[in-house]
Design a protein. Structure first.
Length: 368
């Protein structure tokens, strides 16, 4: 036996609390429901063995950021640093990271962790984790610390919740795929929407424009159902075959019983019954938009025609990777307006007026 073996070895402390050193990071935050977003400093944890550190280059502005900053869903933890459409470059990796190397492009979406053990996590449906996924921002991680999102210079995330990003697409335009892209791709794939199907998309914003692009790419006949007449030309350019103005009762009546699927992306209170009547027999209306107030549904709209009303939440990690790969292969990315971070409060106001073509993306280089 050598001396080396007889020396009592002090075991390194392992586990989440072992590393307490933290790095200070510039960010944009809101401190209370009525507050504007303003410069703020946060701390990111030092790398654990499976962590990836990413310098954030672009961060998309999702309508969920606005719901959350204003506490419209009643679950916000302040201060809040929003942003869950993140792309950037890997700047460091933990000792046990196998999927990423320094310099790689990487993406982070709506979640940064989940229990990893429940039935849904095992199936790759981490967004439906039975214990609860850990949101990228304004959530408590498994240590109890508040998570801070992408309106910041860097983020540290476990590699199992980081996505590979191709260099084949313009990076700023890839950012919105991490939420708007996957949230529309996932139901399209789940319900196997494609050739021979008539798909209606309600609301031409961030999610809506991705639903049009992806639906058309998968082979469906796509009709844009919009409140904005001036978006018709864009809708057609994005891939819609038809356009209907939802404020015109005659245009809706023409399409009664027409659609196999409708994806509703609307962020505010509106009448779901109007659209349920547009479904064919056995048609499915999939709600991805998440207005803060409950919806009133006349059940006869469902009974007459054996129609279904369904919901869908983002997508799991494997499906998000599949979506990013699909988009890279098919040249699909988001139509964006690139902004500096100090424009974000104005951008929110414009999103609320349905005045965005079709996603604001923050150039994080503007955060100095
Ligand atoms: P967005 O860019 O603001 O788009 C929403 C669109 O809905 C608007 O452009 C507008 O399109 C239409 N609209 C707005 N107010 C309306 C009203 N009162 N009546 C009828 N139509 C209206 O928002 P987004 O980022 O796409 O997000 C949409 C919703 O999805 C939000 O509630 C968000 O929180 C939610 N979301 C859910 C998930 C999920 O996992 N399920 C993920 C991400 C986001 P037109 O001008 O064409 O009418
Ligand atoms: Zn989102
Ligand atoms: Zn789970």
């Amino acid at each position: 036996m050598t001396a080396k073996n007889t020396t009592p070895v002090k075991k390194p402390r392992v586990g989440p609390r072992a590393q307490t050193k933290k790095s200070v990071t510039k960010a944009y935050a809101a401190q209370s429901p009525g507050a504007r977003l303003a410069p703020f400093q946060i701390e990111r944890r030092d790398l654990r063995p499976q962590d990836v550190q990413i310098e954030i280059l672009y961060s998309g502005v999702c309508h969920s950021d606005i719901h959350m900053v204003r506490n419209e869903w009643g679950q916000t933890i302040y201060p809040i640093v929003p942003g869950h459409e993140i792309v950037g470059k890997v700047t460091a990796v933990g000792t046990k990271v196998t999927k990423f190397r320094r310099g790689d492009l990487a993406g982070v979406g709506v979640m940064v962790d989940s229990c990893r053990e429940c039935e849904n996590c095992q199936k790759g449906l981490q967004q439906y984790c039975k214990v609860g996924m850990v949101g990228t921002y304004s959530a408590r991680d498994r240590n109890g610390d508040i998570t801070y999102g992408g309106y910041s210079k860097q983020i540290v995330v476990d590699e199992n919740y980081v996505l590979r990003v191709s260099d084949r697409l313009p990076l700023a335009q890839v950012a919105p795929l991490l939420c708007a892209g996957i949230t529309t791709y996932s139901p399209l794939r789940h319900w196997k929407v494609g050739k021979g199907h008539k798909l209606g998309v309600v609301g031409l914003g961030g999610l809506g424009h991705m639903a049009v692009k992806l639906g058309a790419s998968l082979g469906a006949e796509v009709t844009m159902l919009s409140t904005s007449p001036d978006k018709e030309k864009d809708a057609r350019r994005l891939g819609a075959h038809n356009f209907a103005l939802t404020s015109d009762a005659a245009q809706l009546k023409e399409r009664a019983g027409y659609f196999d699927f409708i994806i509703d992306t609307v962020s505010a209170k509106h009448d779901y019954n109007l659209y349920l009547h547009l479904l064919a027999t056995d048609g499915v209306m999939i709600c991805v938009g998440a207005p803060p107030t409950p919806a009133e549904v006349a059940l006869f709209s469902l009974i007459g025609g054996r129609r279904s009303l369904a919901g869908s939440g983002i997508g799991g990690i494997p499906e998000t990777q599949e979506m990013l790969d699909y988009c890279a292969e098919h040249g699909i990315s988001s139509d964006i307006e690139l902004i500096d971070v100090d424009y974000v409060n104005e951008a929110y106001e414009r999103v609320l007026k349905s005045d965005v073509r079709y996603r604001f993306v923050i150039d994080m280089a503007s955060l100095t």
